[in-house]
Design a protein around this ligand. Structure first.
Ligand code: SF4
Length: 396
């Protein structure tokens, strides 16, 4: 095996199809936002207009694959490489393990074979069929949540926003999915996938074609669990239900408005009675990183799965890596104090958070955090303050 290639190659540019909520093809959901969207002559290429087989043979994908085969790091994948540099497991590493046979085949390719895609079927699909959502989480935006649209003109400049309902208007996207016959896994998110009817349509079509072995991964805020969707999912042999929850109690209600933590707790308890594989997926950001030990302790006591963590990088102003130097020492001290008080100082996932606090300090992003938080709190008429609060920098 070529050692340099193993440091750069990820199987996804060979075996993955992903879209944004507007239907634009993108490299994958971990890659650098905007830079990862596929365009031709300035126009975005869409799953309901453009054939993926042509798209993945175009310049964008070919260049990413060529760089990886040359042992170089494509800039669009810097999120993964930066985590690895910090000793934190990346999505690239986990996809290499998951698609190990494909990865080994890729590593035998020469750089000039970067567009030789025979023998590399699409195995993994990540679909966002619009932005219909019932929540307006603080770290989200109107492109991913229709509930954000009303507040968006006050928070985002020079943009117009709408409910993205292209999956209902043009069904060509369904053929684009169904033509792939070697799909192993489909990831559905949104918007809120439990509210998007097109997901149920797609799942039923897959079942009618004998697709019950396809692994279905669904990322839900678990606020509105629709029984029609649950009934459909019960027909698949392997369903992974990723419950997106970032905190408990009032902090949940602050981050994931207008949800109430009690409802979420009841949903997870209910899902745990199902035959699905349940995961608690937590997005770590400025608002909640200090509460992580408490959150882990709650999950342990409830006998829920230990949360898996995503370190938020967009919006950058909420990224814990950007905490400025003069505040990092204080943040680390408080974080470690909380770890100790919940007897979790040896927890591997929590220790990874402490490696990242303030590693790329950015005063401009800190000012952005203050501005964004104050403005949104005013707009939502909130007095609640999370523990890591910029306005006092003392723990509440
Ligand atoms: S290296 Fe990371 S960002 Fe790039 S395609 Fe793989 S998972 Fe996505």
């Amino acid at each position: 095996m070529n050692k340099d290639k193993s440091q750069t190659i990820c199987p996804l540019p060979w075996n993955h199809l992903a879209t944004t909520s507007s239907g634009t093809y993108r490299l994958c959901c971990n890659s650098v936002d905007q830079e990862n969207q596929v365009k031709k002559d300035g126009s975005s290429l869409k799953i309901y207009k453009n054939k993926f087989d042509n798209v993945r043979r175009g310049n964008f994908y070919n260049e990413v694959r060529k760089q990886m085969l040359l042992g170089k790091r494509p800039s669009v994948c810097q999120t993964c490489y930066e985590l690895e540099d910090e000793g934190v497991p990346s999505s690239r590493e986990s996809y290499r393990k998951q698609y190990w046979e494909t990865t080994q085949k890729i590593e035998l390719l020469a750089p000039e074979q970067s567009n030789d895609l025979e023998g590399f079927p699409i195995q993994y699909i990540d679909l966002r069929l619009g932005n219909l959502c019932n929540l307006r989480c603080r770290m989200c935006n109107p492109w991913s949540s229709s509930s954000w649209i009303k507040e968006a003109p006050y928070m985002f400049e020079n943009e117009s926003f709408q409910v993205l309902d292209w999956p209902e208007k043009n069904e060509a996207w369904i053929d684009e999915i169904l033509k792939h016959t070697e799909i192993e896994e489909i990831y559905l998110t949104g918007g809120e996938p439990t509210l998007i009817k097109a997901n149920i349509r797609l799942l039923n079509l897959l079942l009618s074609r004998g697709g019950e072995d396809i692994k279905i991964k669904i990322n839900s805020n678990v606020v509105a669990l629709e029984s029609e969707l649950l009934n459909t999912l019960r027909n698949f042999k392997n369903v992974q239900f990723k419950c997106s929850i970032d905190a408990m109690g009032e902090l949940n209600d602050y981050i994931r408005a207008p949800s109430l933590f009690n409802d979420i707790e009841a949903s997870v308890d209910m899902l745990l009675q199902e035959s699905f594989n349940i995961e608690v997926q937590t997005t770590v950001q400025n608002y909640n990183f200090l509460n992580m030990p408490e959150w882990f302790s709650f999950c342990i006591k409830k006998d829920w799965p230990e949360p898996t963590l995503t370190i938020l990088d967009d919006p950058a102003c909420l990224d814990i890596r950007k905490i400025p130097e003069n505040i990092t020492e204080f943040a680390l001290l408080e974080f470690n104090k909380n770890l100790n008080s919940f007897n979790l100082s040896e927890n591997r996932r929590l220790k990874e958070i402490s490696k990242l606090i303030g590693i790329s300090p950015d005063e401009k992003q800190w000012q952005g955090f203050i501005h964004f938080t104050s403005k949104l709190d005013d707009l939502r008429s909130l007095n609640y303050r999370p523990r890591f609060s910029f306005d006092s920098l003392t723990i509440i």
